[in-house]
Structure formats: structure tokens, C-alpha cells
Design a protein around this ligand. Sequence first.
Ligand SMILES: Nc1ncnc2c1ncn2[C@@H]1O[C@H](COP(=O)(O)OP(=O)(O)O)[C@@H](O)[C@H]1O
Ligand SMILES: [Mg+2]
Length: 171
Amino acid sequence: MEAVPHNPGDPMTVELTITSPEQMRELGRRLAKLLRAGDLVMLSGELGAGKTTLTRGLGKGLGVRGAVTSPTFVIARVHPSLGDGPPLVHVDAYRLSGGLDEMEDLDLDVSLPDSVIVVEWGEGKVEELTEERLQLVIHRAVGDTTDEVRQVTVTGLGDRWAAADLSVLSA
Ligand SMILES: Nc1ncnc2c1ncn2[C@@H]1O[C@H](COP(=O)(O)OP(=O)(O)O)[C@@H](O)[C@H]1O
Ligand SMILES: [Mg+2]
């Protein structure tokens, strides 16, 4: 295979094949090591793709309090750090009609710039966003619902991620 040179300005992308929910949680734990306060992670993929499963591992990796569950019935849930790391703000974008700007109006009792924000985004909504973010798109085989294989595309967008080494996510 020919190595493709990286052009400055191109987004950083890695493709991962995940074969079980445990591996998805492990990916979340690895992801946590790359994250710091102020980071935004967008998770896209259809219902049941594994967005919440990944966030569960991410919460473990960040060392935050409370069980990470689907933020159904609430727009966002705040998980404070058990140590001195950033809190995790877990958002269900299906319930955010006005986009991320609406987050500021939620009265979350947490400083968003001091948090790691993870948004579960619906398929097809991502195109509207231009912000600096780490984008994960989770694909699964259509039809066979027992298939545990997921293809995950991780893309770092903006200056924050320009020099990040996303290869640490695969091993
Ligand atoms: N490789 C995998 N990664 C993540 N979840 C998987 C995988 N294989 C099977 N599953 C199952 O698929 C479901 C994913 O649910 P969830 O994480 O809530 O998805 P979403 O938040 O994207 O709707 C869980 O029941 C999980 O056990
Ligand atoms: Mg979910």
C-alpha cells in the first residue's frame, strides 16, 4: 500500500474496526486520555450504533461520577470528576432543536469551557456544524442486528486537533 502524505490543513482521520461492546468502551477509555477541558466530541451514528456505549468508557477513562446512560428525557447530563479532571457533559442532540448555542441556555450549573462535552448526534445533522471538534462516526452493518462489528471513523477538525496523534486510539 502506498503511503499518502499528509497535507497541512487536511483533517486528521483514523479508521477503526470495533468488534464488541467491550472494545467500544475501551475506545472510549483511550479517547479520554486525549481529551482536556474545553474539548467537544461529536458522536454520530444511528440508534444502537454504540454512541452511549463509547461514552460509558469515556466516562470511566475521565474518572467521572455517575452512570453514563442514554440522556433520554434530558438534554444533557453533567458527570463531575471524581478527581481533579474536567467534568463530562453528555448531550443528546436529538433534543437540541436550536443547535449547540442552546447549550448555553440550559443552566447546567457547569462551565462548558471547563468541561469535556460529548454530544450524541443524529445521523445527517453533523453537516450543519463547523466548529472545532473531534468527530466520531460509527457505522454498523444494516440488517443483521446481531452483528457486533462497527466501523468507527475519527476525525480531528480545527487547530486543536491538527497535531494530535490519533493513532493512539488503535492498538
Ligand atoms: N461493537 C459494538 N459497539 C457498541 N455497542 C454494541 C456493539 N455490538 C453490539 N452492541 C450493542 O449495541 C447497543 C448499542 O447501544 P447504545 O450504545 O445505546 O447506542 P446509541 O447510543 O448509538 O443509540 C448496545 O446494546 C450494545 O450492547
Ligand atoms: Mg445513545
